[in-house]
Design a protein around this ligand. Structure first.
Ligand SMILES: [Mn+2]
Length: 352
């Protein structure tokens, strides 16, 4: 990662100082990094004496991550999809909005409009490619880093309240940052930089119980997740001649296994453990679209695949997007064929 510009830290610090009503916002289908960085920001701001801080999430987060918000009063967490009126007025009343782990308001789904319309000071702290910088008053963007949680850790260390003393980071914030980094790196399997290991070492030294965090993240799923995974790997996963594995989870299957949000977390990574597989694509049926996740090994761009064929993007080796029904495909049944076609096209072009 590059050194953080001290002028930006000063600006951020002064914005926080002058703000009285702050909202923290993250992306739809929030994952461990989204909730981890948001919870850490919350605890830091509270610790810094900010009384009115709320988390506004576009939609609910999986129960496997609920330990991250245990220290936050429920009244300070608003979920747009279940209480749109409260969440909208919550955003409208803010003089500062801090956005974590996404690169454009469009990633906040239905909240896009109210975030764009808000007159508040807007700060972005993110690690995705191509941030939409013009939407924000201040942008912290770094892509050579593991996660938004790691980035926030380094930013907090520069803040006057912390001044490079890890022990000054509130414990709940330190644990949340460790969690977000751990989930985004798949427990140090990918996107792990020297700065990532330094962060982990510093946090462990300050007393964060990483073993407990890893246990909470990896060992709290329901039985059905493992049963579905067994089925998917044995009977559902397909492999193309280009060395791409793809999995399509339609509504019937998700209902049969009573899958909840978060239960399929990590499925897309599994095929990459096969030596010959270069890329893995997972499609999961949602309301009127297929939610797409793409992962790739070094040298193959998941980001290009997601940007070009799935209206999405993200990171070089981990990206996501959507296929809309009926605009892109007429039904979920057509999804597999679409994926096969674009894989062919992608590799034909790469080989030219
Ligand atoms: Mn992230």
């Amino acid at each position: 990662m590059e050194a953080i510009n001290p002028a930006n830290i000063q600006r951020f610090s002064s914005m926080v100082e002058h703000a009285s009503r702050i909202a923290i916002v993250t992306h739809t289908k929030p994952d461990g990094d989204a909730i981890g960085s948001s919870a850490a920001m919350y605890h830091f701001l509270k610790h810094a004496g900010k009384h009115d801080v709320i988390l506004v999430l576009p939609d609910p987060y999986p129960s496997t991550l609920s330990f991250l918000t245990e220290g936050i009063p429920p009244k300070d967490i608003l979920i747009f999809s279940s209480e749109p009126v409260e969440a909208s007025s919550g955003i409208a009343s803010r003089d500062m909005i801090i956005c974590l782990d996404f690169n454009s308001f469009s990633r906040a789904g239905e909240m896009n409009g109210i975030l764009t319309a808000s007159q508040a000071v807007k700060v972005l702290i993110d690690h995705h490619l191509n941030p939409k910088t013009e939407d924000f008053s201040l942008v912290f963007s770094e892509t050579e880093i593991s996660s938004a949680s790691e980035f926030l850790y380094h930013i907090l260390m520069e803040m006057p309240q912390i001044s490079h003393k890890v022990s000054r980071i509130p414990r709940a914030a330190a644990e949340a940052l460790m969690t977000g980094m751990t989930t985004d790196t798949n427990n140090f399997a990918n996107s792990t930089y020297p700065s990532t290991l330094r962060m982990a070492a510093d946090l462990i030294e300050s007393g964060v119980d990483r073993d407990r965090i890893v246990d909470r993240v990896n060992c709290s799923y329901c039985e059905n997740r493992i049963r579905l995974l067994g089925y998917v790997l044995k009977d559902n996963m397909r492999i193309t001649e280009d060395g791409v594995a793809y999995i399509v989870l339609d509504r019937d299957m998700l209902e049969k296994y009573e899958v909840k949000d978060g239960d399929t977390e990590g499925f897309v990574n599994m095929p990459l453990s096969i030596g010959d597989i270069k890329m893995s694509i997972l499609a999961k049926e949602d309301m009127d679209f297929m939610r797409i996740s793409v992962r790739s090994k070094k040298g193959i761009s998941a980001n290009r695949m997601a940007t070009r064929y799935f209206h999405g993007g993200g990171h070089e080796n981990a990206a996501g997007g959507r296929l809309y029904i009926p605009q892109d495909i007429s039904s979920a049944e057509e999804c597999a064929e679409y994926i096969r076609t674009v894989i062919r096209e992608y590799f034909n072009e790469s080989n030219e």
